[in-house]
Design a protein around this ligand. Sequence first.
Ligand code: MD6
Ligand code: FE
Length: 220
Amino acid sequence: MAPASEHQAAKVPISSQKLEIASGVTLLSGALDTASQTTLLGEIRKISSKAPLYTPTMPRTGKPWTVRMTNCGPLGWVSDRSGYRYQPNHPETGDPWPAIPQMLLDLWDEVTGYPAPPECCLVNFYADKARMGLHRDEDEEALDAPVLSVSLGDTATFRLGGLERKGKTQSFKLHSGDVLLIGGDNRLAYHGIDRVFPSTSTLLKDGGRINLTLRRVTKP
Ligand code: MD6
Ligand code: FE
């Protein structure tokens, strides 16, 4: 066993297949191998048993999202009639969010090199018809940190636009085990999920897709 003071190699083996989609937007295709995906899924199941997935509602209209959500980390991102915000407690149980699994903290360090850990890991669950409209991740103060996303389960079409809502967009698929980084010039780019393709992965026993987004919220 290595002494605790010695540098420890990240426990998550990541592949070197890097695709630069746009400035500051990098797709690490197939970054997590099947074993890591299974381990991570087990961690997410533990999180959702303590902090159950719930159906958030849209600001103002109160319309339900098609995606169900939960969080881990000191701060969770929530959406309800009064708006979007980060808060330390689950909106339904009132409990603090569970901790971010160590393997995700290691992945963040390895992939982002950011000098402080993520404070939020938003867990999005997509059943068959769920989708996510074009949006920007803009509720964080630490906009110098990228957002790191991990996809598990069924394949989805990710749409990436630019800094203006009406600008040109491109789309590409996200597969189970893919890691996507959005930062730099495009940290505030519009993006969303057009659709999920059922039965394209066997990772989730009952199908569907999980996406995790790790964010640094406050300035370190
Ligand atoms: C999703 N992802 O993949 C939704 N945001 O289901 C996001 O909204 C996202 O993948 C910021 C950075 C990367 C992302
Ligand atoms: Fe996003």
